[in-house]
Design a protein around this ligand. Structure first.
Ligand code: ADP
Ligand code: MG
Length: 396
């Protein structure tokens, strides 16, 4: 991968940086600024070297047009506090305001353009549309730095196409991520344990096929667990369920048995009648979820079981909370997994925006984990051994 050094002297040059500022928001309050902090090494290094730094990023999933709900304004404010200078936010992505902000940047200054997903071409499947947008980005700057690790698995204009238009390099965060994640892909120390949870069930079910060839043990929690429980013939009430994946999951259970990979499923579940912080929570066995209840966390027996399956791991990767940790009543499983990883002596990786946020908001010391990745999908795809377009395009 091309390094920042390969760009030569950046003093006076306008450097377009793609960062990942997709932070969780409560109204316009950032509830976890981990991704902004992770972007600082590259941004401050460029600024200190005298570059004019123009940052691109996305936030949430606006529908290809401006939407104030997804404005980067809270990010610009927080970034400004962290770097100790006012960070100007352009009113648009590549329009008149962005051009004006780019033109008025001074050496060492950092500014932001608005949410790149306010322009539908950013994520277009049509190469020509993305390329046209990338041309417009390129016209704003002299050099491009890719540092949004969380999006490097996406073939998008600000990640992939732009790297073909300007002299490009990978930023510090991208290097650090690849270096840390490689420890789990190049001959991982065993037992190699992977814990999967969260709510992006259909996305994550796909990775299991690949992981069955790599990991020794797979612990399944979060919304994903219910498709497995269903595949075992249990009722799951109104829990998250990918009905059309039940047969695929049966196949995974078969393959795991043949390969000697251990798949660990919840033995009990915390259920509630509705998805609410103060919904009355009860614990039931995994084969006895009432029809009118939904599973919102793994139960205490499962939490203990999972902790024991993590304790002896030499390499452990965790992606996706075990339950709705944002609500106290359903945070127990996620806490137990984080605690076991934090206590263990193996190489521990946390991936996934919400999982990383959970570690911090539940009060764990980040330093007790080997690596907390800023990327969810990107880190999983890397661990699966897939080609990441935003990385390949930066090869030298
Ligand atoms: P990550 O960002 O770590 O990759 P996801 O985005 O896939 O994880 O999922 C995170 C979300 O999953 C959390 O907001 C959490 O509340 C939710 N979640 C976990 N377990 C369940 C469950 N049983 N039912 C519904 N949502 C769940
Ligand atoms: Mg998430």
């Amino acid at each position: 991968m091309k390094t920042l050094e390969s760009l030569g002297d950046v003093r006076g040059k306008t450097v377009l940086v793609r960062s990942d500022f997709n932070v969780p928001l409560d109204g316009d309050t950032i509830t976890d600024d981990g991704r902004i902090k992770a972007a600082l090494p590259t941004l401050t290094r460029l600024a200190e070297a005298g570059a004019k730094v123009l940052v691109m990023a996305h936030l949430g999933r606006p529908k290809g047009k401006p939407d104030p709900k997804f404005s980067l304004a809270p990010v610009a404010k927080r970034l400004g506090e962290l770097v100790g200078q006012d960070v100007v936010l352009a009113e648009d992505t590549v329009g008149e305001s962005a051009k004006q902000v780019a033109a008025s940047l001074e050496e060492g200054q950092i500014a932001l353009v608005e949410n790149v997903r306010f322009d539908g071409r950013e994520t277009s499947k049509d190469d020509a549309e993305r390329s046209a947008l990338a041309e417009e980005y390129a016209a704003l700057a002299d050099l491009y730095v890719s540092d949004g690790f969380g999006v490097v698995h996406r073939k998008q204009a600000s990640v992939y196409d732009i790297a073909q238009k300007l002299p490009s390099a990978a930023g510090e965060l991208v290097f650090k991520e690849i270096d840390s994640l490689s420890k789990a892909t190049n001959n991982p120390d065993r037992p190699y344990v992977v814990i999967l949870g969260g709510s992006k069930v259909s996305d994550k079910l796909g990775v299991i096929k690949n992981l069955l060839e790599k990991a020794d043990r797979l612990l399944i929690g979060g919304g994903m667990a219910f498709t497995f429980l269903k595949a075992q013939g249990y009722g799951v009430g109104s829990s998250l369920l990918e009905e059309d994946q039940v047969d695929t999951v049966k196949g995974y259970l078969e393959t795991a048995k043949e390969r000697g990979v251990e798949i660990v499923l919840p033995v009990d579940v915390v259920v509630a009648p509705e998805f609410k912080a103060d919904a009355p929570a009860t614990v039931v066995d995994a084969d006895s979820i009432p029809d009118d209840q939904m599973g919102l966390d793994i139960g205490p027996k499962s939490a203990e079981l999972y902790a024991s399956k993590i304790a002896d791991a030499k390499t452990v990767v965790w992606n996706g909370p075990m339950g709705v940790f944002e609500f106290d009543a359903f945070a127990g499983g996620t806490k137990a997994v984080a605690q076991a990883m934090s206590d263990g002596s193996g190489y521990s990786i946390v991936g996934g925006g919400d999982s990383a946020a959970a570690v911090r908001t539940l009060g764990f010391d980040e330093a007790t984990f080997s690596h907390i990745s800023t990327g969810g999908g990107a880190s999983l795809e890397f661990l699966e051994g897939k080609d990441l377009p935003g990385i390949s395009i930066l090869e030298d």
